[in-house]
Design a protein around this ligand. Sequence first.
Ligand code: ADP
Ligand code: GLC
Length: 477
Amino acid sequence: MKKILFVTSEVYPLIKTGGLADVCSSLPKALTELGQDLRVILPKYPSLKTVGDVHFLCSLRIDNHLINIFETTIPDSSVIAWLVDCPDLFNTEGNPYLDAQGLPWANNAERFALFCRVAVEVAMDKVNRNWKPDIVHCNDWQSGLVPALLSLEKNRPKTVFTIHNMAYQGLFPVQSVYSLNLPGQLWNPNGLEFHGMLSFIKGGIAYSDRITTVSPTYALEIQTPAYGYGLEGLLAHRSDYLVGIINGIDTNEWNPDLDPHISQHYNVHSLHEKQHNKAELQRRVNLPVNNNVPLFGLISRLVEQKGIDMVIECLPDMVDLPMQLVLLGNGDKIFEQRLQNLARLYPDKIAINIVYDESLAHLIEAGADVFLMPSRFEPCGLNQMYSQRYGTIPIVRKTGGLADTVVDTLPESLANHSATGIIFKEAHAGALLEAIKRAMLLYSNHTTWQQMQINAMHRDFSWRSSAEQYLALYDSI
Ligand code: ADP
Ligand code: GLC
C-alpha cells in the first residue's frame, strides 16, 4: 500500500471546468479501491460544492498568509479531500482560473504558487499530521511548482507529474520569480525559465521523477513541434521518464442503465429504448421530435482545441442534409455568437445551448445518435468514451486519445465487430463534412448501425487497467 498525495486544481463534483476534474475524481477513487492510502489536495474556492462534513484539520503560515486546511470527502465516495483555504488569494466566485470576461485572474501566479507551497509543506509533513506520502502525484501547470520545490528537499517523496494539456502552461512575467520568493536555484534555462518567462508546467516536466500524459498517442505527439508548444525538446530529452496512460471513465457516473439524469434507462440488450431519450432531448431543446433523422450531439468547451471553427464552417452544408444538431458548450465569445447566429437561421435543425449543464450533458449522450469531436488536438478526451458507452457513435479526428479509443468503421473492423466510430485525419472542414456524410450513410443501414452501437457499448473504459498502470509506475520509481 502506498501513501499518495494527489495534487490538483479541480475535482468533480466539487469544482469542474473540464475533463481534468473528472479524472482527478475518478482516478483517486480507483486507486483507493485498489487499496492505496490517498489524499486529494485542492484549493478551497468560494464556489466549491462540498456535501456533508467539512472540518478543520490544521493551519500554517506562509509569508504573510494564514492558511487553514479543511478535510472532507469527495461526495459519494470515501476518498479524503484536503481543502487549502487562503481567502486572501482565493476569494473570487466563479471559474477558478478566469474572470467573468474570460481573462485569467490577475493574481493567478500568486494563487497557484501559494497552493503549490502548501502542497509541499503537506508532502513533507511539516503540518504534523503524521502522514507523509510516498508519492506526490501532480496534475497540470497549477501544481507544476510542487516537483520543482520538492526537488530541493531531503528525504522527499517521489514525484509524478501528469500532463492533461500542453496548451495551458502557466506562463508569467519574470518579475513573478522575485515576487513569489522562489528559490534562485530553480531559475535557469533547464529549470523554471522558459524564454525569459516563468513556466509552472516546466517545473513539473523538468523536476518530477516521472512524467505521464493521458494517452499513448499524445505522449508521442508532445515530443514534436506541432504539439509540444516549445517544450518538445525537453520532453524528448526526458522521454525515458515519460509514459502515456489512457484515462478511464467513471462507469458509475456514466452508465445508461442507471443514469439519474435520464428518464429512460437502457443497456446493450435494450438499445431500442434509447430512442425515448432522443425524443426527450428533442423536446427539451425545441427541435422537431423525429426519430428518422440522425441527431448529432456536441458537448465541449468552445475553444480552438476542439475544432469548433471546423464545425461552424460545416454547418451551412450540414443543414442541407436530413439531420439535427444539439450543441452544449461555452467558452470563446466569438464562437458562442457565431453558433447562436446559425441556430437563429435554422431553428428546426440546430439547437445551441451556451451554458454549463451537467444534466443536459448526460441527456445528450443518451439521446444523440452521433457525437461530434473533431478536435485539433486532444490529450485524451472523455466524451468519445462516454458516447461509446451510451451507444452514441463518435466522429473524431485522428489525434491523441481520440485515436487511441475509437475504432474506425471499415469493412474489416465491421466484419470483426471492432468498429465503434468514424475517424478522419485532416484538420479541415471538408474532411469533417466527409466524415459526417459517411456517418449518415452508415446510419441509413439499421443493421450496420446497430452493430456499431453494440461494439461501442461492449468496450471497457473503466479505470481498472489504467489505475494498475499508475500503481506499477509508482512502484518503478
Ligand atoms: P476538456 O477537459 O479538454 O474540456 P474532456 O473531453 O476531457 O475535454 O472533458 C470535458 C468534460 O467537460 C466532459 O465531462 C464534458 O461532458 C464536460 N463539459 C464540457 N462542456 C460542458 C458543458 N457546457 N456542460 C456540461 N458539461 C460540459
Ligand atoms: C484535458 C484535455 C482532455 C483530457 C482531460 C483529462 O483537459 O484537454 O483531452 O481528457 O484533460 O485528462
